[in-house]
Ligand binder design. Structure first.
Ligand SMILES: NC(=O)c1ccc[n+]([C@@H]2O[C@H](COP(=O)([O-])OP(=O)(O)OC[C@H]3O[C@@H](n4cnc5c(N)ncnc54)[C@H](O)[C@@H]3O)[C@@H](O)[C@H]2O)c1
Ligand SMILES: [Zn+2]
Length: 366
C-alpha cells in the first residue's frame, strides 16, 4: 500500500499503513535516521511488539535500547516526562539520537514531548498500536503531558519523521479500546468526507480483522493530514473541525472521572452535536438516525449514564478551551454527514444537549 504523505514542507513525513510492518522498522530507518535509537514503549506490549521492533532495528545495525512506561493516562505526567529525560541524559544519548514511541496515544504524546524537549529536539518516530493512535494521535504533531490542573496543558507541536501503523497489533487490543478508536473513525466520516465513502464503510460496524481496515485507516489519516496541512499550528481554525464531538465529549470524559474512555465520551458528544445540528435546522433527522446506527454498530454508547452529573459536565465545559470570548460554547456542527462547520454559537444552551443524552429513548433494550 502506498504511504500517506503528510505534506508540511520541511517537516513532511510518510505514514505507512499495513500488516507485518513491525519487522521492517529497522529497514525503514536506514536512510532516514542516525543512532542510537531509544524505544519508549507501553509496558504491557513490550514482549508482544517492542522486542520485535528492537530486534529489527539491531539487525539494521543501530545501537538500540528500550525504556518501559507504565500503561495508562497517569503516565502522561511531568514525573514520567522528567524520569525519561534523565534516563536519556544518564545514557548520554546525543543529539543525533532517535526516539521511537511504541504504544497508544499516551505513549505517543509523552515520548513525542520528550523527543521535542531533549537537547531541544531529537528525531521522533511513531509506531502506534491502538486504533485511536493510528487514526489520530500519531499524526499531526501534537505532543504533551497532563498537569494535575488538567489534561494536555503542557506540550509542543513536534512532527514525527515517520509513522508506522501495523494493523496486526490491533488483534490484541481489547475490544472496548478498538470501539473507542472507531468513534474517531466515525468522526472523520462525519466532518470531511462529502461523498460519505468512509461513513458508509464504517456504518455497519468494523472489527480488527475487517478486510478493508487498512483502507479505512488510510482514509482517516488522509483526512487528518489534509486538515493538518492547512492548519499545522491550529491558528487558522481548520483544525477545530477535529473537535467535532469533543466539546461535550471532553466534558463528559472529565465529569465521569474517566470512566468513559475518550472515544466513548466522544461518541456521546458526536450524538449530541448531531442532534444540535438538527435542532439548529442544519441537518435532517435521518442524519441523526444514521449517526446513532453507526455508533451502535460499533458498540459505542448511545445514552449518558445518570451517575455522571450534569452540573459537573457543565462546569467542565466552562473550564475547557472551547468557550468563545463572549462566554458562549463553540460547537462544531454538521451541515451534512461528511461536512462540519466550526465556531457555531447560535444554538441552544448545553444543558439541553446533556438532557438529550440522558434520554431513556436511547437506552439499549434489555
Ligand atoms: N496527540 C494527539 O493529537 C492526540 C489525539 C487524540 C488523543 N490523544 C491522546 O491519546 C491518549 C489516548 O490514547 P489511546 O486511546 O491509544 O490510549 P492508551 O495509550 O492508554 O492505550 C489504551 C490501552 O491499550 C493498551 N494497548 C495499547 N496497544 C495495545 C495493543 N496493541 N494490544 C493490547 N493492548 C494495547 C494500553 O496499554 C492501554 O491500556 C490520550 O492521552 C489522549 O489525550 C492525543
Ligand atoms: Zn479525540
Amino acid at each position: 500500500m502506498k504511504p500517506v504523505h503528510v505534506d508540511l514542507g520541511p517537516r513532511s513525513y510518510d505514514v505507512l499503513i499495513g500488516r507485518g510492518l513491525l519487522d521492517q522498522v529497522g529497514k525503514q530507518l536506514k536512510d532516514k535516521v542516525k543512532g542510537p535509537v531509544v524505544i519508549i514503549a507501553d509496558q504491557s506490549i513490550i514482549t508482544l511488539y517492542a522486542t520485535k521492533v528492537e530486534n529489527s532495528i539491531r539487525e539494521a545495525g543501530f545501537h538500540v535500547f528500550t525504556l518501559s512506561v507504565p500503561s495508562g493516562e497517569r503516565s502522561k505526567s511531568s514525573e514520567e516526562f522528567s524520569r525519561l529525560l534523565s534516563e536519556l541524559a544518564k545514557r548520554k544519548v546525543p543529539r543525533s539520537g532517535t526516539i521511537i514511541a511504541i504504544g497508544g496515544g499516551v505513549i505517543g504524546d509523552l515520548a513525542g514531548f520528550v523527543a521535542a524537549s531533549y537537547l531541544r529536539g531529537i528525531t521522533f518516530i511513531q509506531v502506534p498500536t491502538t486504533l485511536l493512535a493510528m487514526v489520530d494521535s500519531s499524526v499531526g504533531g501534537k505532543t504533551g503531558i497532563n498537569l494535575p490542573e488538567g489534561k494536555n496543558l503542557v506540550g509542543a507541536f513536534y512532527q514525527p519523521k515517520l509513522v508506522v501503523a501495523d494493523l496486526d497489533t490491533l488483534k490484541t487490543l481489547p475490544s472496548r479500546e478498538f470501539s473507542a478508536g472507531m468513534a474517531e473513525v466515525i468522526k472523520y466520516g462525519a466532518i470531511k468526507d462529502e461523498d460519505e465513502v468512509l461513513f458508509d464503510r464504517v456504518a455497519k460496524g468494523v472489527k480488527p480483522d475487517n478486510y478493508d481496515l487498512d483502507k479505512i485507516i488510510e482514509n482517516c489519516v488522509t483526512i487528518k493530514a489534509d486538515i493538518v496541512k492547512n492548519d499545522e499550528f491550529e491558528t487558522r481554525g481548520q483544525r477545530a473541525l477535529l473537535n467535532f464531538g469533543h466539546t461535550l465529549g471532553h466534558a463528559i470524559e472529565n465529569a465521569s472521572d474517566y470512566e468513559y474512555l475518550h472515544g466513548e465520551a466522544i461518541a456521546l458528544g458526536m450524538l449530541a452535536a448531531t442532534w444540535l445540528s438538527t435542532q439548529a435546522g442544519l441537518l435532517p433527522n435521518e442524519a441523526l438516525t444514521a449517526m446513532r446506527n453507526a455508533l451502535a454498530a460499533n458498540d459505542l454508547p448511545l445514552y449518558l449514564r445518570h451517575s455522571v452529573n450534569a452540573g459537573r459536565i457543565l462546569s467542565a465545559l466552562e473550564k475547557d478551551k472551547k468557550i468563545g470570548p463572549d462566554g458562549r460554547v463553540q460547537w462544531v456542527l454538521l451541515e451534512k454527514i461528511g461536512k462540519a462547520k466550526t465556531g457555531c454559537t447560535e444554538v441552544i444552551e448545553p444543558d439541553y444537549a446533556i438532557d438529550f443524552l440522558y434520554k431513556e429513548a436511547f437506552k439499549p433494550k434489555s
